[in-house]
Design a protein around this ligand. Structure first.
Ligand SMILES: Cc1ncc(COP(=O)(O)O)c(C=O)c1O
Length: 400
């Protein structure tokens, strides 16, 4: 009898973490490697948030809390939803977990039965399909095209819905493409969902605050109030507040689902870190002034990377509205051969050859469910970005 569970055989380890580890190993071996794989801001958590955490420690706020979050944080989350999204939630409709990842995972664990389908627009955040598989459901990936700026159309959503569909996972701005849906684009999708009352919406708004130019963020329950009773609106402090290591995420939705998520949490991890919860209260209630400042920097980096990548032979990349990723197509490089003799037959061989021959670490598109592409995270210094994009240009030019 095998020792490891059959559940484990259904999932694969995170390819983004694998790329980060591979780049770290090469660096440790003395190779000059620039990592464009990391999904986190390259700046430090703001001082007011750190101070709140220190004050929490000094005040002895170091014990267990309510499983799904302290009342002060739930109150801050309700205020945030009202302020930013015009959504009314009460604390009993809110759950707090150890990162956005745990909240999404627990929500799937709490709701999926074998045979339940979950529609996931591709390219997608790597964890969605595997989380669905772990929870016993069936992921249904629907490919958005580069021509449509990696956004799903209403017709595509309509065609993917079956009587078995339980959730539609929506992520805007998106990891890995940065694509953000406008109000009208999202309304076209919510109109479809209004015709299928058995389908619930899991909106992953993790990159809500990272938007550029005049783009206005919107979320499904805001765009279509008729979906409020079957929408779980998920968010967290990791990206906007540079708090990836603090591990706080949250969601709001119908009480029945929120209670079910808490039940799973109560028998697995219990409450998210107490000190981090107090830090998150300050993140949400304190000054938000640094967000537009950071966004100016991210926007500049996005434009720099886009210009340089679009100038590389064989690469095309649409301009995304948010997050800190771009998702260039390498269709023009397929079939060529690298100087070391590697035949570039897909995005995985491209990314591997780029890392080994030029020392640039990117994540190949197959990991996100849409090829032939790769993901660049531009959450790193201008110098790193310029050097990395120059190397990518040189690499593409060297393909024959
Ligand atoms: C789209 C998306 N959702 C959720 C998460 C999870 O965030 P957290 O670090 O809060 O678990 C990430 C992190 O990379 C993400 O990209």
């Amino acid at each position: 009898m095998p020792f490891l569970s059959e559940t484990l055989a259904r999932v694969k380890p995170s390819p983004t973490i694998a790329v980060t580890n591979m780049a770290a190993d090469l660096k440790a071996a003395g190779k000059d490697v620039i990592g464009l794989g990391a999904g986190e801001p390259d700046f430090d958590t703001p001082q007011n948030i750190k101070d709140a955490a220190k004050a929490a420690i000094d005040a002895g706020k170091t014990k267990y809390t309510a499983v799904d979050g302290i009342p002060e944080l739930k109150k801050a989350i309700c205020a945030k939803f009202k302020r930013d999204n015009g959504l009314d939630y009460e604390p009993a409709q809110v759950t707090v977990g150890t990162g956005g990842k745990q909240v999404l995972y627990n929500a799937l664990m709490a709701t999926l039965n074998p045979g339940d389908e979950v529609i996931i627009p591709a390219p997608y955040w790597v964890s969605y399909p595997d989380m669905v598989l772990l929870a016993g459901g069936t992921p249904v990936a629907v490919e958005a095209t580069l021509e449509n700026n990696f956004k799903l159309t209403a017709d595509q959503l309509e065609a993917a819905i079956t009587p078995k569909t339980k959730w539609f996972i929506f992520n805007s701005p998106s990891n890995p493409t940065g694509a953000g849906y406008t109000w009208d684009e999202l309304k076209a999708l919510t109109d479809v969902l209004m015709r299928h009352p058995h389908v619930w919406v899991m909106s992953d708004d993790m990159y809500e605050h990272l938007v550029y130019d005049d783009f206005k963020f919107c979320t499904p329950a805001e765009v279509e109030p008729g979906l409020y009773d079957r929408t779980l609106t998920c968010n967290g402090v990791s990206k906007a507040y540079a708090m990836t290591g603090w591990r706080i995420g949250y969601a709001a939705g119908p009480k029945e689902v929120i209670k079910a998520i808490g039940k799973i949490q109560s028998q697995s991890t219990s409450n998210p870190c107490t000190i981090s919860q107090w830090a998150a209260v300050e993140a949400l209630n304190g000054t938000q002034d640094y967000i537009p400042v950071n966004n100016e920097m991210f926007k500049r980096r996005r434009d720099l990377v886009l210009d340089m990548l679009n100038a590389a032979q064989g690469i095309t990349c649409p301009k995304p509205e948010g997050a800190f990723y771009v998702y260039p197509s390498i269709a023009g490089c397929i079939g060529k051969t690298s100087p070391a003799g590697v035949k570039i037959d897909n995005d995985e061989t491209f990314a591997k050859a780029l890392l080994e021959e030029r020392g640039v670490a990117v994540v190949f598109g197959a990991a996100f469910g849409l090829s032939p592409n790769f993901r660049v995270s531009y959450a790193t210094s201008d110098e790193n970005l310029k050097e990395a994009c120059t190397r990518i240009q040189d690499f593409c030019a060297s393909l024959t």
